[in-house]
Write a protein that binds this ligand. Structure first.
Ligand code: MG
Length: 360
C-alpha cells in the first residue's frame, strides 16, 4: 500500500444544544478531515477535532502536524499497513488526534483493499451497538427537560457532566433521576475534584439513592494516586478517561488498579492500532472498556463504531458526537438511529462524500 496524496478539509456541524463540561463550552463541531489517496486511487478518510482542553491540539496544530510531519513521512512509501501506522506514530511526538485522523484514513484504505467493512477486518461479527447520550451541564430544570427529550428519543443510558459545584451537581442529578427513574446514569467530572472531595461527593450521591453506575475521571489526569484513592474508597465505580492516553497509561492504571474501567478514545491514543493494544491489555486484566469520542462528526466516530463492534471487552458505548449534531454532512459510514448505531457493510468506513467540506 502506498499513499501518494493528501487533502485536508474543514468540517463544520452545528450542535443541537451547546455542549458544556467543567472545562469548556462548545456550540459547533469543527473538525479537520484528512483524505489520503493511495496509488491505486483508493481514498481513505479520517477526522480530528481540536480538543485543546484535553489533548492540547487545535485546528492549526492538527493541520501543521499532518502537513508538516505525518504526510511527508508517509508519502510515496510502499509498505504494509502496520509499517505505515508505525511511521505515523513516530513522525512527531504527541499530536495524538492528528495521528488518529491519519491512522483511521490508512485503515479505511486497507479495509477497502480487503473489500471488508472495518469491523470484519478487525474480527468482529455483530454490527449494531447501543450508545448513551450526554446531557449538558445546565440549570436543573433545563437538564430535566433535556433528559425527558433524550428518553423520548429512545436513549436508556445518560451521561451527566458534573464538577462545577457539588451542591448544584446533586440538585442536577436529583432532577435528572426524577425525570428518568429507570435510566442508567453515569457521571463525568472531567478532573474537577480533589480525591477526598470526590469520595465525599460520591458517598453523598450514593446515600441519596441517585444510583450512579460509574464516575468518569473524578480527579486530575496525572494524579494516578488520587484516582486510585477514589477507586479504593468510593461507593461508585471509577473510570479513567483523561488519565489514559497511551497503551502504557492503560497498563499502568490496570496493574495498579487505579480505576475500575477505562475509556478508550481514538483521539487520545492516536488511532486504531493503539486502541487495539489497550483493548488487548484490558482483556488480560479483565478491565471492561468504554469507547468514547470527543465532539466529533461521523468520520472518526464511524471508526470507533467499528472498533466497538469488533471488541467484546468494549462493553459501554459513549459515541454520541453525531447524535448531538443537528446536521450530518457525512454520506455513508455508520448509521445513527436514536440509541442504536449500526456499522456500514460497505468496505472500510463506507464514507463516499462529505457535504460542505472546505478544503484548506
Ligand atoms: Mg470523559
Amino acid at each position: 500500500m502506498k499513499i501518494v496524496g493528501m487533502k485536508l478539509g474543514l468540517l463544520s456541524a452545528p450542535l443541537r444544544v451547546p455542549f458544556r463540561t467543567a472545562l469548556r463550552e462548545v456550540k459547533y463541531v469543527d473538525d479537520i478531515v484528512v483524505e489520503f489517496y493511495a496509488s491505486d486511487g483508493t481514498v481513505g478518510r479520517g477526522e480530528a477535532p481540536p480538543t485543546a482542553a484535553v489533548t492540547g491540539e487545535t485546528l492549526g496544530s492538527i493541520q501543521a502536524a499532518l502537513q508538516g510531519h505525518i504526510f511527508p513521512s508517509l508519502c510515496d512509501k510502499e509498505a504494509s499497513l502496520e509499517s505505515l501506522c508505525a511511521i505515523v506514530e513516530h513522525s512527531i511526538v504527541g499530536n495524538h488526534s492528528a495521528k488518529a485522523a491519519a491512522e483511521i484514513a490508512l485503515w479505511d484504505i486497507y479495509a477497502q483493499h480487503c473489500s471488508l467493512p472495518l469491523y470484519k477486518l478487525l474480527g468482529g461479527e455483530d454490527h449494531t451497538i447501543v450508545t448513551d447520550l450526554t446531557i449538558s451541564v445546565n440549570e436543573p430544570d433545563i437538564m430535566a427537560k433535556d433528559t425527558v427529550d433524550a428518553i423520548g428519543r429512545g436513549f436508556e443510558t445518560l451521561k451527566i457532566k458534573v464538577g462545577e459545584n457539588p451542591e448544584l451537581d446533586i440538585e442536577r442529578l436529583r432532577a435528572v433521576r426524577s425525570a428518568a427513574p429507570d435510566a442508567v446514569l453515569r457521571i463525568d467530572a472531567n478532573q474537577a475534584w480533589t480525591p477526598r472531595q470526590a469520595v465525599r461527593i460520591l458517598e453523598r450521591m450514593d446515600a441519596e439513592g441517585l444510583n450512579i453506575e460509574l464516575v468518569e475521571q473524578p480527579v486530575k489526569a496525572r494524579d494516578l494516586n488520587g484516582l486510585k484513592f477514589v477507586t479504593d474508597n468510593s461507593p461508585v465505580p471509577v473510570m479513567a478517561d483523561e488519565s489514559m492516553f497511551s497503551p502504557e497509561d492503560a497498563l499502568n492504571i490496570m496493574q495498579r488498579h487505579a480505576a475500575d474501567y477505562v475509556n478508550i478514545k481514538l483521539m487520545k491514543c492516536g488511532g486504531i492500532s493503539n486502541a487495539l493494544r489497550i483493548a488487548s491489555a484490558a482483556e488480560v486484566y479483565g478491565v471492561e472498556c468504554m469507547i468514547g469520542c470527543m465532539l466529533e462528526a461521523k468520520v472518526s466516530v464511524t471508526a470507533a463504531v467499528h472498533l466497538a463492534c469488533a471488541k467484546n471487552i468494549i462493553t459501554r458505548i459513549d459515541l454520541d458526537g453525531p447524535a448531538l449534531c443537528s446536521e450530518d454532512p457525512v454520506v455513508g459510514g455508520a448509521t445513527f438511529d436514536g440509541k442504536y448505531i449500526t456499522a456500514n457493510q460497505a468496505p472500510g468506513l463506507g464514507i463516499t462524500e462529505i457535504h460542505g467540506l472546505r478544503y484548506i
